[in-house]
Design a binder for this molecule. Structure first.
Ligand SMILES: [Zn+2]
Length: 446
């Protein structure tokens, strides 16, 4: 069926930055068939957008969905204190709780315009199974694409790592389970709905051996590689003590800086570090809200972009960015770039590009991130007739400056996932109720 979304301000995010202020998008068989601003083509269904802004669906490049179970904890802690306080609570995780947590986080992402959800899951309590399967099921039910990573930690407290020994795994178990999940769930090629990535947690919770074996496994299976990198100022001294080099040098030595890798945060980078990420075409998941919340600093995003690094936006986990709102993250990226580099450091459209083309580039998905013929019909429609848009002529810039907004309509592969600001395939109130039941098992005094 050919569906025509007409009468909107279409932001294509193509290479030239083409926009059609009075435009349309034709969707056919799950793909964008055509985009334009002139005579409308024939279609089976015409949807009048009433002057809404139309963007590609937003892409999230870093999250920890399970953390919706533990919001607003360790409220004034820095990263390491926050992690140390939360690990014991997270050790109670099981598949039922993960499913409830993932449904909540994914619903929030979808309602903020996100069509592709990445999740970095690295907490695998002993004897618990089905965690990745639970989040994949949640994404399928709500209707978004998911890149789920099989994360890992194997450097426990007794070995000089940060996590408690009860939360670390054996290298062979991690690798075998990652390969099993890739065999069972990973789809390759355009239009993939479910993908698996390999994601050891961070240099302060993973051994050199697991970092290196993870890279080898990912390359053998053709999967993307992900980890946290220099989120906090405390990471470099810790890495120097453990390995005798900086975190960027450590990743370089392990063959981790490459075009099949992306790293979350990248806040505390020297100019050499920025250059190394750019020259190697390594991706970066920029997570401004979480970085501000933990007082970790602000990533040098302008510098990374100028150096040629691929940069997308990440919400990070819901225990350090309590709100999984991707459009709000676009605004945060704009504001922190300007706070760091002045008003010319980033435009509203550049910020929006980070969350669309940037995110798709980071996940190496050339079928996503723009509204061009042949791309997946992942589309976000944003109403512009509300109070906050009054007085704005440039509605695209206003979408960013006045964020957050709930998305009005969201298409994934041409199918409605959100309509009239509500989930189509799931019940938001029921998700919230079921989540409350599970979250009671994760109270701070547990
Ligand atoms: Zn994270």
């Amino acid at each position: 069926m050919r569906r025509l979304l007409a009468g909107g301000w279409v932001v294509t995010m193509d290479d030239a930055g083409t926009e059609h202020p009075s435009g349309w998008v034709l969707v056919d068989d799950g793909l964008v068939a055509a985009v334009g601003g002139d005579a409308e083509p024939e279609a089976d269904e015409r949807i009048d957008l009433g002057g809404a802004v139309v963007t590609p669906g937003l892409v999230n490049t870093h999250h920890h969905l399970y953390q919706t179970l533990t919001r607003a904890r360790a409220q004034q802690a820095d990263l390491f204190t926050w992690l140390t306080e939360l690990y014991p609570t997270w050790a109670r995780l099981d598949a039922e709780a993960e499913y409830a947590a993932a449904r909540t986080g994914i619903a929030e992402v979808a309602l903020s315009g996100g069509t592709t959800v990445f999740d970095h899951h690295y907490v695998f309590p002993r004897g618990i199974s089905g965690l990745i399967e639970a989040e994949v099921q949640a994404a399928r039910e709500i209707g978004v694409r998911i890149v789920a990573s099989r994360g890992s930690m194997d450097l426990g407290e007794s070995q000089g790592g940060l996590p408690p020994d009860s939360l670390v795994e054996e290298v062979d178990d991690v690798l075998a389970d990652t390969e099993r999940l890739a065999d069972e769930l990973h789809e390759s090629g355009p239009g993939a709905r479910v993908q698996i990535a390999v994601a050891p947690c961070s240099p302060f919770s993973v051994t050199r051996e697991l970092m290196s074996e993870s890279a080898a496994l990912a390359r053998r299976l053709g999967l993307q590689l992900h980890t946290h990198l220099v989120e906090d100022a405390g990471e470099e001294p810790r890495c120097l003590a453990l390995y005798g080099c900086t975190p960027v040098e450590f990743l370089t030595e392990l063959g981790w800086l490459d075009a099949d890798v992306w790293c979350a945060h990248c806040v505390h980078l020297s100019s050499d570090g920025v250059a190394a990420l750019g020259a190697s075409n390594t991706g970066v998941a920029h997570c401004p809200t979480s970085n501000l919340r933990l007082g970790a600093g602000v990533a040098p995003v302008r510098e990374l972009l100028d150096a040629g690094a691929r940069v997308g936006l990440g919400l990070d986990g819901s225990a350090s960015n309590e709100r999984s709102d991707l459009l709000f993250e676009v605004k945060q990226a704009l504001l922190v770039a300007r706070g760091r580099g002045g008003p010319a450091a980033m435009t509203a459209r550049e910020a929006l590009r980070l969350a669309t083309r940037g995110g798709a580039d980071v996940l190496r998905r050339d079928d996503l991130g723009s509204l061009e013929p042949g791309k997946c019909a992942d589309v976000a429609v944003w109403r512009t007739d509300g109070l906050e848009f009054g007085g704005a002529d440039d509605l695209v810039a206003a979408l960013v400056f006045t964020a957050p907004h709930r998305v009005d309509r969201l298409l994934v592969g041409g199918e409605d996932v959100v309509r009239g600001g509500a989930l189509v395939r799931a019940d938001e109130a029921e998700i919230a109720r079921a989540h409350r039941v599970q979250a009671r098992r994760f109270t701070a005094d547990g």
